[in-house]
Design a protein around this ligand. Structure first.
Ligand SMILES: C[S@@+](CC[C@H](N)C(=O)[O-])C[C@H]1O[C@@H](n2cnc3c(N)ncnc32)[C@H](O)[C@@H]1O
Length: 221
């Protein structure tokens, strides 16, 4: 079915104006921001991290659902891992984070120590497409996919396998195909588009939020 605009008149905010407004409002809250985290880590070469609006969304979702175990796929220097672990501090939840690059993982672990969350995080080094197979069915309350975009469609069924019914699948960067200013999609755009379509065929309730570079939230039925 092709897109039909709503029959009622709906005003939509200009997204960049909305982001600036939201960040200004939230700058008054003393939360660890992405920029602060990057500065404090002292590392310059790393894969992109979740934006502050996604970090806030994750804190809300974790507080709402009180997960005991979260699986993160793609650690980088550990900003999202830190946000998830801090949100679970009150009831002692754990984050298991999968990362292929051992050097990057070392930087992440140094950041976890500085942020006081090291004891609630396990980093598993290796190709997530393989290491995820070590986890049991229905063993996580939340799975957060943020690794190589090529892996999104490939790993979808494994992500759903390890997720409990009623659990949340969170996926970053799912609006890549509409952010790319070029006419032709990159391999990452193609992979994400395949993922977005494939998710609709699975037993989930889902949506894509236009925050960060697009964030999918799906509940496993
Ligand atoms: C976008 S970054 C993750 C950012 C992090 N989640 C954050 O927001 O703080 C993606 C990470 O996935 C890792 N990665 C890429 N392919 C992977 C694979 N096959 N298995 C595990 N990790 C992978 C990269 O090395 C990189 O550190």
């Amino acid at each position: 079915m092709s897109y039909e605009p709503p029959l009622q008149g709906t005003k939509r905010p200009d997204l960049m104006k909305a982001v600036k407004y939201i960040e200004e409002i939230y700058s008054e809250k003393k939360e660890r921001s992405l920029n602060e985290f990057i500065r404090m880590s002292g590392v310059e070469d790393f894969d992109p991290l979740i934006e502050d609006d996604i970090a806030r969304l994750f804190s809300v979702l974790v507080t709402l659902t009180r997960p005991k175990r979260i699986l993160e796929i793609g650690t980088s220097i550990g900003f999202s891992t830190t946000i998830l672990a801090k949100a679970m501090e009150e009831w002692g939840g754990r984050v298991i984070s999968l990362e292929i690059d051992a050097e990057v993982a070392k930087n992440a672990i140094a950041n976890f120590k500085r942020e006081g969350v090291k004891d609630s995080i396990d980093v598993v080094i290796g190709n997530a497409d393989e290491t995820i197979r070590d986890f049991e069915d229905d063993s996580f309350d939340i799975v957060f996919q943020d690794s190589s975009k090529r892996l999104y469609p490939v790993m979808l069924d494994e992500c759903l396998r390890v997720l409990k019914p009623g659990g949340l699948l969170l996926v970053d960067d799912t609006l890549f195909p509409v952010i790319n200013p070029k006419e032709e999609w990159t391999d990452s755009d193609e992979a994400i588009h395949r993922f977005n379509k494939r998710l609709l065929e699975r037993s989930v309730i889902s949506t894509i939020l236009p925050i960060g570079e697009g964030c999918t939230i799906a509940v496993k039925l």
